[in-house]
Design a protein around this ligand. Structure first.
Ligand SMILES: NC(=O)c1ccc[n+]([C@@H]2O[C@H](COP(=O)([O-])OP(=O)(O)OC[C@H]3O[C@@H](n4cnc5c(N)ncnc54)[C@H](O)[C@@H]3O)[C@@H](O)[C@H]2O)c1
Length: 347
């Protein structure tokens, strides 16, 4: 098979991480087109990466360019329509997290990919990070016994783009920042959410609370999984001090600590400064290896027909946890799963 030809949709923050990988680092992949609603920006980015085709919509790209797969890194509220259009055109899909705004959208995306028999992979790159992978392997090997409590946190240094601060276009911080934690807990526990309870508050960006009803910048979630494992999620954005993504798995026979705040092993100690070490400044740096392995995995799935390690169903399960936790914030009560969307909108 020739190289898989990739069309990037969304050339913003996450899109450019994938674009760089597919252009320069992933073997047997070729970045042939960039789509962005902001066509001038897409032109500029395509110029920087020497990518031949630029479009301002997925529809134009599908009708005018030849490619095998799309990598979708647009705002959450656009995922469903773009994934479905691409799948119906027979394109394999790598879609950034969170999968969609609603479970109905997620179901339609899964169905479209299944009907077209194309790969649908969701962008939980943490599953490809060496430390998270090693933890999963050791849990499966029984090294710490059965997981009892999984704690996981994600804190971002700055605010995400404006669309991601608006719950109507992003669901909110638990989706935009902490959907990784929802995926991590169910993946490491090997089970699904049975009940979630969440509390949220706004400490860091009160001006956004007035602008976007339902906005919060800090949240904690407690959860019980079907197999009895307990989980705790902690999120805050912006924290200012750096990008922080860590997890801890307490098992019946030991404990695993996953991830570090510091970027490398160098620690300086002087009389003036005390102990100083460099922290991760951004998610793209912390999970650089994870994004690359994720993109390589996508190409491998296209080439071999193997199912992706992070499927549409995985994206849906994490979304279900996020939606249940968001309703818990709104009602002040624990929410049992399966989550009933019909019981009212969460946004
Ligand atoms: N895996 C991760 O850790 C990670 C990190 C950051 C963002 N993300 C995800 O990536 C996605 C994008 O986030 P971002 O921070 O890069 O956003 P962004 O705002 O930086 O970029 C989004 C881009 O999409 C373009 N766009 C909007 N609507 C479009 C449409 N209909 N068609 C084509 N282009 C369109 C915008 O013009 C913009 O350039 C989100 O789903 C986000 O949650 C994932």
């Amino acid at each position: 098979m020739k190289s898989a030809r990739i069309c990037l949709v969304g050339a913003g923050r996450a899109g450019m991480v994938h674009a760089f990988n597919f252009r320069y680092r992933v073997a047997e992949a070729e970045l042939v087109a960039i789509v962005d609603a902001n066509e001038a920006m897409a032109q500029e980015r395509a110029g920087e990466l020497d990518v031949p085709f630029v479009f301002d919509s997925i529809e134009s790209a599908l009708s005018q360019a030849d490619f095998d797969a799309v990598c979708i890194a647009t705002p959450t509220f656009t995922h469903a329509s773009i994934v479905i259009a691409a799948a119906r055109a027979g394109k394999h899909v790598l879609c950034e997290k969170p999968m969609a705004l609603t479970l109905d959208e997620a179901d339609a995306m899964i169905a479209a990919a299944r009907q077209a028999d194309v790969v649908l992979q969701i962008g939980f790159m943490r599953r490809f990070d060496p430390a998270f992978r090693a933890a999963k392997e050791q849990i499966e090997a029984g090294v710490i016994g059965d997981p009892i409590v999984i704690r996981t946190l994600t804190r971002g240094p700055g605010l995400p783009p404006r669309w991601a601060c608006d719950p109507t276009t992003s669901i909110g911080m638990l989706a935009e920042v902490n959907s990784h934690d929802f995926d991590t807990i169910r993946w490491l526990a090997g089970s699904e959410f049975a009940r979630v309870y969440a509390e949220a508050a706004t400490f860091k960006a009160p001006e956004l609370e007035a602008e976007f009803p339902g906005f919060y910048d800090t949240a904690i979630v407690t959860t019980r999984l079907v197999n009895g494992t307990l989980g705790i999620i902690d999120g805050c954005c912006p924290v200012g001090y750096g990008y922080d993504a860590r997890a801890e798995v307490l098992g019946t026979g030991g404990v695993l600590f996953i991830g570090e705040l510091r970027e490398h092993a160098l620690v300086r100690c002087t009389r003036e400064d005390g102990v100083v070490t460099k922290q991760f400044s951004a998610w793209a740096k912390r999970f650089e290896a994870g994004y690359l392995a994720e993109d390589e995995h996508f190409i491998n799935c296209i080439r071999t027909g193997e199912p992706p390690l992070v499927s549409g169903e995985d994206g849906r399960q994490a979304l279900e946890g996020v939606l249940a936790a968001t309703r818990s914030i709104q009602t002040g009560a624990p929410v049992s799963l399966p989550f009933a969307e019909s019981a009212g909108d969460v946004m």
